[in-house]
Design a protein around this ligand. Structure first.
Ligand SMILES: *[C@@H]1O[C@H](CO)[C@@H](O)[C@H](O)[C@H]1NC(C)=O
Ligand SMILES: *[C@@H]1O[C@H](CO)[C@@H](O)[C@H](O)[C@H]1NC(C)=O
Ligand SMILES: *[C@@H]1O[C@H](CO)[C@@H](O)[C@H](O)[C@H]1NC(C)=O
Ligand SMILES: *[C@@H]1O[C@H](CO)[C@@H](O)[C@H](O)[C@H]1NC(C)=O
Ligand SMILES: *[C@@H]1O[C@H](CO)[C@@H](O)[C@H](O)[C@H]1NC(C)=O
Ligand SMILES: *[C@@H]1O[C@H](CO)[C@@H](O)[C@H](O)[C@H]1NC(C)=O
Ligand SMILES: *[C@@H]1O[C@H](CO)[C@@H](O)[C@H](O)[C@H]1NC(C)=O
Ligand SMILES: *[C@@H]1O[C@H](CO)[C@@H](O)[C@H](O)[C@H]1NC(C)=O
Ligand SMILES: *[C@@H]1O[C@H](CO)[C@@H](O)[C@H](O)[C@H]1NC(C)=O
Ligand SMILES: *[C@@H]1O[C@H](CO)[C@@H](O)[C@H](O)[C@H]1NC(C)=O
Ligand SMILES: *[C@@H]1O[C@H](CO)[C@@H](O)[C@H](O)[C@H]1NC(C)=O
Ligand SMILES: *[C@@H]1O[C@H](CO)[C@@H](O)[C@H](O)[C@H]1NC(C)=O
Ligand SMILES: [Cu+2]
Length: 600
């Protein structure tokens, strides 16, 4: 079966006969030749998977202690340095990243982790808008890896986007890749970086990227900066869980109330700044703090709050917004919000809460404590807080902060669209030799990375290419196009979608399927961001301009879903791709791939 994309010129009629809602999930479709690594046969294959997991646990509990792997460190403070000079005079900032395995126990359970510079979360990268950023990544893992700079426009440097199979090949073990790019002068706010190969970031390869600017509308309107990194956490390596997730039987449901092929592994814990229930924010009284909240998790939407403190939301994904007061902020995977918190209540200690929205999972984990706590203290010695949570109910909708609350301070109406792309995402059972497998689809394509010939290199060699192998859905358009992208969800769960290399406008969202001319769209200063949540059995309409030459992933940021294929690509201005200054070591590393190992 081959799925080749050619640009649909007729625009969207909004209808999609034959794809009835709720029926798609179980439509079996026949595919072959995919994911041989994960194809298992009958009972024997299941035993192999189970044994592999048991072995993994054994290693985790026993052998590891005798190895000479170093122990991860976690910073005790996540306050930003007040002496960082925010300026529009640009400079070059150098970082060295060593990616390696290490032993750690963020939730009290010791395991092998994958980390940057032996730190978890990874080191802070702090720059001004317009700075050049140089990060040499030295891969000391036994597997290939890449580092993606989430939300960076990478205008003219698509090859520094760090996306396995799209903009580069995995950095081979023992090799370096130097990421060098200019932070777009128009960008500031809260970002992050993470591994973009298979589900590696789930094991710990992630950290914050803060971009300052005197031009940021909220610059100078608060006293101090602090990071709040939320993540979900597993007791075992993600690679084993991924093999189970993509297997015929699915995740071993015995711990979770039954077998459910296609259901994501639910996490074992949640973390705030790399710790379960142990982080502390030691603040000064009577100051305003900008809390930069980043969800670096793999599956979980969090509801963030601080007892007795109203939060004023001022940033969403790097865009300053009109301040809006809330008690709680919902934040899905890969999203960021900044909130201003004023330390003007009674001196003492307060609970900081990251409540995991486990109702969004397909499988529940009875051992998961969904209320992740940290302690905020000012004007007193820290004690265990006995403060009360806000009493307002949390809607179990698994949705974003209401769009009506996201009003960009720098108002910008989008230009009129010149083209429409409609896409349907679904999970479908596929038939493989000897079993079935639940994969994720954008239209009829389930993505599989080409780790030896990324689509960017294909295009840089071939010029304007419009046909790709059957695992790539690529929208190619050689003119600057203003796209309306309509994404319809045939799954009951919501999905946080991220578009690389662009900031998009959110024109609308709703239940059911989008209907042209009926579904409400807004083009008056709509929210702009880089990651949004597509509602379960719903739709979103976003608008963006294809003025950034290169290949850009558009994918669900739930690690399991991307690895199951929930990714498509946009090729902007392919006529300019051959002019990109792709470093020769990028293609050299493609020639050095081991071959055969499928690593989405
Ligand atoms: C840089 O910032 C200074 C002071 O904040 C301002 O006067 C100047 O116009 C800015 N320069 C540019 C190029 O933006
Ligand atoms: C952790 O602490 C070290 C040393 O104080 C500092 O260099 C680094 O930037 C800190 N990392 C984060 C994420 O704050
Ligand atoms: C390397 O990849 C293999 C195959 O996916 C996996 O079994 C193994 O756990 C990975 N190792 C690390 C350290 O990620
Ligand atoms: C990779 O980078 C590290 C740190 O800069 C350096 O020590 C090492 O020699 C480099 N390795 C290779 C293969 O270039
Ligand atoms: C959090 O940690 C404190 C101190 O170690 C402990 O008393 C408390 O029971 C823990 N709470 C949870 C929910 O784990
Ligand atoms: C605390 O600060 C917030 C935000 O500035 C303000 O709305 C509130 O009234 C203040 N409360 C007290 C007790 O001063
Ligand atoms: C904050 O300032 C007010 C008024 O200046 C003062 O009464 C109060 O004690 C201060 N709060 C703390 C915790 O120091
Ligand atoms: C968002 O807010 C608007 C205006 O308050 C309201 O009409 C709408 O129902 C809200 N949407 C959701 C999903 O809560
Ligand atoms: C954009 O579309 C609107 C509504 O269709 C139309 O009134 C307007 O003239 C268009 N603007 C431009 C610049 O084409
Ligand atoms: C996805 O499928 C729909 C319905 O068949 C079609 O209209 C649309 O053009 C397809 N989108 C892409 C990007 O191929
Ligand atoms: C790009 O635009 C030009 C002029 O409007 C048109 O002739 C050409 O067909 C367009 N190319 C594509 C690939 O749409
Ligand atoms: C990228 O740079 C080109 C050329 O300077 C410019 O026309 C385009 O608008 C830029 N795109 C973005 C997303 O910054
Ligand atoms: Cu998803």
């Amino acid at each position: 079966m081959s799925t080749l994309f050619s640009l649909s010129k007729e625009g969207s009629s909004g209808d999609h006969e034959g794809l009835a809602l709720k029926e798609t999930r179980i439509t079996p479709i026949r595919r072959s030749g995919r994911r041989k690594l994960f194809v298992i046969t009958g009972i024997a294959g299941t035993i192999v998977v189970v044994l592999a997991l048991a072995l993994g646990l054994g290693l985790g509990l026993g052998l590891k202690k005798t190895s000479n792997m170093s122990y991860v460190t976690t910073n005790s403070s996540f306050l930003l340095d007040q002496n960082f000079v925010v300026t529009n005079i640009t400079t070059t900032r150098y970082y060295e990243f060593v990616i390696s395995e290490a032993t750690g126990s963020p939730n009290g359970f010791e395991r092998t982790m994958l980390v940057v510079n032996n730190q978890f979360p990874g080191p802070l990268v702090e720059v001004n808008s317009g700075d050049e950023l140089v990060v040499n990544v030295f891969n000391q893992l036994p597997n290939g890896t890449t580092i993606h700079w989430h939300g960076q426009l990478q205008n003219g440097t698509n090859y520094m986007d760090g996306t396995n199979g799209i903009t580069q090949c995995p950095i081979p073990p023992g090799m370096n890749f130097t990421y060098r790019f200019t932070i777009n002068p128009s960008q500031y706010g809260t970002f992050w970086y993470h591994a973009h190969a298979s589900t590696q970031y789930t094991d710990g390869i992630y950290g914050p990227l803060v971009i300052h600017s005197p031009s940021e509308p909220i610059f100078g309107q608060y006293d101090r900066d602090a990071l709040v990194i939320l993540s979900d956490w597993y007791d075992v390596m993600s690679s084993g869980l991924l093999t189970q997730y993509l297997s015929s039987a699915g995740i071993d449901g015995s711990n979770y109330g039954g077998v459910n092929p296609g259901a994501e592994p639910p996490p074992d814990s949640g973390l705030i700044n790399g710790k379960m229930n142990g982080s502390s924010f030691d603040l000064e009284p009577n100051l305003s703090y900008r809390l930069r909240i980043i969800n670096m998790g793999t599956l979980t939407e969090f509801m963030f709050s601080v007892d007795s403190h109203v939060l004023s939301v001022v940033e969403a994904d790097g865009i300053s917004i009109e301040p809006v007061n809330v008690h709680r902020v919902p934040i899905h995977v890969a999203q960021r919000y900044s909130v201003i918190l004023t330390t003007n209540q009674t001196a003492g200690s307060y609970n900081v809460r990251g409540e995991m929205q486990s109702s969004c999972y397909k499988l529940s984990n009875p051992n998961l404590n969904t209320m992740v706590l940290a302690t905020m203290t000012y004007g007193a010695s820290p004690t265990t807080p006995n403060t009360q949570d806000w009493s307002d109910a949390i809607p179990a909708l698994c949705l974003d902060l209401n769009s009506t609350m996201i009003v960009p301070q720098i108002a910008m109406d989008p230009p009129n669209s010149t083209d429409v792309v409609q896409v349907f995402m679904s999970f479908q059972q596929t038939i493989q030799s000897g079993g079935t497998q639940t994969l994720a689809f954008m239209n009829s394509t389930s993505w599989l990375s080409d780790t030896t010939n990324p689509t960017l290199l294909q295009m840089s060699k071939a010029g304007i290419q419009t046909t790709f192998d059957s695992n790539q859905l690529v929208v190619v358009n050689d003119n600057i196009t203003v796209f309306d992208l309509i994404l319809n969800n045939y799954d009951d769960a919501s999905h946080p979608f991220h578009l690389h290399g662009h900031v998009f406008w959110i024109l609308g969202e709703g239940d059911g399927s989008y209907t042209s001319g009926v579904s409400q769209l807004s083009t008056t200063n709509p929210p702009r961001r880089d990651t949004l949540t597509l509602p379960g059995y719903g739709w979103v309409a976003i608008r963006f301009i294809t003025d950034n030459p290169g290949l850009w992933a558009f994918h669900c940021h739930i690690g399991w879903h991307m690895a199951a294929g929930l990714l498509m690509q946009f090729a902007d201005l392919p006529g300019q791709i051959q002019q990109l200054q792709i470093p020769s070591y990028l293609s050299d590393q493609c020639a050095q791939q081991g071959g055969g190992v499928v690593a989405n």
